[in-house]
Design a protein around this ligand. Structure first.
Ligand code: BDR
Ligand code: CA
Length: 307
């Protein structure tokens, strides 16, 4: 039976890749999307999520999430990386469909109860909605099968500051809360996603197989790779969010280490993830190595099946 999955997302170019992968992979039963700020504002994240689903021709619920971090004031969106509208140079139209009236934390709590022990949550943006769901229902995490989170960095340094990965940086209080009080968490951070790099030719190949969706991703990846080149990385773009989705169904491609973790919430190193073995928190399975070629191949083979 396919794995019941919800993706919590801030689309975002690599989020779009991850969402299309979740739609394409037969091992995944994608139940819905929840949206959060990060790469764009939350209303734009919702609009983008609805647009991406419409492009793929599937109708699943989208629940809009929190508009600002748990404690910090809002950050400006990452438009240099993902474009002003979040999907590269694409001018994203408003979808005919609408988000649920229910908020993302409410939807997450309800779905975790309805699919007790069977639902996997894959957050690929700041963890604000997840923290809010934990506040709403203390048994939320226990009701999940688990979480595969894209975020953090153990030994790879940061990508938004020298210390912090972007998703944790954008809401360090939520990240700290989820890592301390969540359970059965696998963390797919920069230690592995920085090694899963795809060049323009990868997306050109994908567009040959999947004209519509592959073509969209090729155009978005062009923008994303332009950004990577401005920061001196010429080999392609990091497949951050898609790697987390691949880890949901092919965990054997990743090596993990168990660590109790904290996230720094103030000062220059805000968003940095640190090991705190003395903590009583349940250890997180931190991905430290990856079979990068196999992850890329898995992503390609699945998304290539879309129209
Ligand atoms: C993460 O930050 C965002 O820019 C990406 O979508 C990804 O979720 C990588 O650090
Ligand atoms: Ca993201």
């Amino acid at each position: 039976m396919a794995l019941k999955l919800i993706v919590d997302t801030d689309p975002g170019i690599d989020d779009a890749m991850a969402i299309f992968y979740a739609i394409a992979a037969p091992e995944i039963d994608l139940l819905g999307l929840t949206t959060v700020f990060g790469n764009v504002t939350t209303p734009k994240a919702t609009r983008n999520a609805l647009y991406l689903l419409e492009q793929a021709g599937i109708e699943i619920p989208v629940a809009e999430g929190m508009h600002r971090p748990r404690m910090l004031p809002p950050f400006p969106p990452s438009s240099a990386v993902h474009g002003g509208e979040g999907l590269g140079a694409l001018d994203v139209p408003t979808s005919q469909r609408q988000a649920l009236v229910e908020s993302a934390p409410e939807y997450l709590v309800r779905m975790a109860r309805a699919h007790k022990g069977k639902l996997l949550l894959c957050p690929i943006g700041p963890l604000t909605n997840v923290a809010a769901a934990m506040d709403l229902d203390p048994s939320f995490c226990g009701n999940l099968k688990g979480m595969v989170v894209m975020g953090g960095s153990l030994r790879a340094g940061g990508n938004i500051t020298s210390a912090a990965e972007a998703n944790f940086y954008h809401d360090p209080h939520a990240a700290d809360y989820v890592l301390r009080y969540g359970c059965n968490i696998t963390l797919v951070g920069l230690d592995v996603t920085n090694r899963v790099i795809c060049p323009r030719s990868f997306f050109a190949g994908l567009a040959c197989e999947s004209r519509k969706i592959g073509g969209l991703l090729r155009d978005m990846a062009d923008y994303y790779i332009d950004f990577y080149e401005t920061v001196g990385k010429f080999a392609g773009c990091g497949m951050h969010d898609p790697s987390a989705l691949v880890a949901c169904i092919a965990p054997e491609l990743f090596t993990t280490e168990p660590h109790a973790l904290r996230v720094t919430c103030h000062g220059d190193r805000s968003g940095e993830m640190i090991i705190e073995e003395s903590s009583t928190a349940q250890p997180v399975n931190v991905c430290t190595d990856v079979q990068a070629e196999a992850v890329k191949q898995n992503f390609f083979n699945n998304v290539a099946k879309l129209s």
